[in-house]
Ligand binder design. Structure first.
Ligand SMILES: [Zn+2]
Length: 444
């Protein structure tokens, strides 16, 4: 995804200087400045997650990013009414995008309360990964109170593998309901994990009874084909290697060697054996994977798991250039914190109930990612998985101003200190919707 906006802006700057020089020679009049920004952030670091890398300043007007660059480049956007926020070393990033969560559909928390929890953790876009008709009604009833962008994956199956049929066809692909709610795609569960057990060729932990996938391969492929033909992106839940193989085969069969235009994805990918690893890139599938690993838990992992379980290092290495996305899968996978998940990707450590860190054994430490590999999974790659990468997930002129202010720059924070990072403020459409207690000075 080349982003040449900075280059263009540099060229424009040269042109403006030339024009200015000519103008002052001839008439002495300066060109009209751009309309003033609503908010300017400066004093970076500002992580654009584009080819522009890290910049020092960013301007927002009416909820849209209008400039990113050096302080000098952004200065013309500052007018008398512009609110200028000095970051003072705190980092500005795109708001986190969680393309697979159940946070807003947790029966114990009303949708708008759960939304507040997401905002406090810097999540500005999310997708509910399993929506049945009744839950769709709940979302429609709450839509006017949504501050977060919410995608919905309408269930072709229940999480136990019961076929719900094509009821989702009542709502066309990418249908929007109000400003925030939209149909992201169709969800198919291909094995257990949430209900019954995963379809793995061998047990991941001692005493675990693996089960077969929910569907015969031909039936799974037909479900994918039906949704694909109608223009829906398909999200397949697959935990065990047997289910992942069937999901890969189903998508490959439907694509027939062509590009994955609708971005069909496989979520969880908990047990990926070596033969399955490069197939994501070969077929063009978007893998969506867990962040936090339960390193503190005393789980009797088998050698089969130690070789193949949540080995993101091998997945990344087997698929150079492939966009791999994170998911929180909250509230099932806790804590609800993208920053915690980032720290876990990079260290494979986890925080115990008493606050101490549990360090990974060698087999698990080997699975760690570099922070520059993991961070895009939480914003630009997850926006891609949701089909929203032209809107959110990176900072460039024209993108919406969904932002998160973090206590320090994750890219320059020592791995051991990533767990200490916190969300200071969250911005949606250029409006500060959350500010951490004690940091109101920053947010005004
Ligand atoms: Zn889920």
């Amino acid at each position: 995804m080349a982003d040449t906006s900075l280059g263009r802006r540099r060229a424009t700057g040269v042109l403006i200087s030339l024009t200015l020089a000519l103008a002052s020679c001839s008439t002495g009049e300066a060109p009209a400045p751009p309309p003033p920004a609503t908010i300017v952030f400066r004093g970076g670091p500002i992580l654009t997650m584009t080819d522009s890398g890290t910049v020092a300043a960013l301007a927002v007007r009416d909820g849209t990013i209008v400039a990113v660059g050096t302080e000098e480049q952004v200065a013309p956007h500052i007018g008398a009414a512009t609110r200028v926020i000095e970051l003072g070393g705190r980092a500005l990033l795109p708001g986190f995008v969680d393309p697979h969560t159940h946070l807003l559909s947790d029966a114990d928390i009303p949708i708008l309360e759960a939304q507040q929890l997401a905002l406090e953790n810097g999540i500005t876009t999310l997708a509910d990964a399993s929506v049945e008709p009744e839950l769709l009604d709940d979302f429609l009833a709450a839509k006017d109170g949504l501050a977060i962008r919410v995608g919905l994956y309408l269930g072709r199956t229940t999480y136990c593998g019961d076929d719900l049929g094509t009821w989702y066809e009542e709502h066309a692909p990418r249908t929007t309901f109000g400003d925030r709610l939209f149909v992201a795609g169709v969800k198919i569960f291909s094995d257990g994990g949430a209900c019954r057990n995963a379809a793995a060729s061998r047990p991941p932990v001692d005493g675990y009874d693996t089960e077969p996938p929910f569907f015969e391969p031909a039936i799974l492929e037909q479900m994918v084909r039906t949704a694909d033909t109608a223009g829906y992106q398909v999200l397949i839940h697959a935990q065990g290697d047997l289910a992942i193989r069937d999901a890969q085969d189903a998508i490959a069969g439907v694509l027939g060697g062509g590009p994955n235009i609708l971005r069909h994805r496989i979520d969880h990918n908990s047990i990926v054996t070596p033969d399955l690893r490069p197939r994501y890139g070969e077929i063009g599938i978007v893998p969506v994977i867990f962040g936090t690993f339960p390193t503190c838990a005393d789980i009797p992992w088998t050698p089969f798991w130690m070789d193949n379980g949540e080995d993101w290092r091998s997945l990344v290495d087997a698929n150079p250039g492939l966009r791999i996305a994170w998911h929180g899968d909250d509230p099932w996978a806790t804590p609800i914190s993208p920053l915690h998940d980032l720290a876990s990707y990079v260290t494979r450590a986890d925080r115990a109930d008493d606050g101490s860190l549990c360090q990974p054994p060698a087999w698990l430490a080997d699975n760690a990612l570099r922070v520059e590999e993991a961070l895009p999974m939480l914003n630009v790659n997850s926006a891609y998985a949701l089909g929203l990468d032209d809107v959110v997930g990176s900072l460039a002129p024209g993108r919406v101003a969904d932002l998160v202010v973090v206590t320090a720059d994750p890219l320059t924070t020592a791995a051991t200190e990533l767990f200490d990072l916190g969300v200071v403020a969250t911005v949606v459409d250029g409006v500060i919707v959350y500010c951490r207690a004690g940091d109101e000075g920053l947010c005004g």
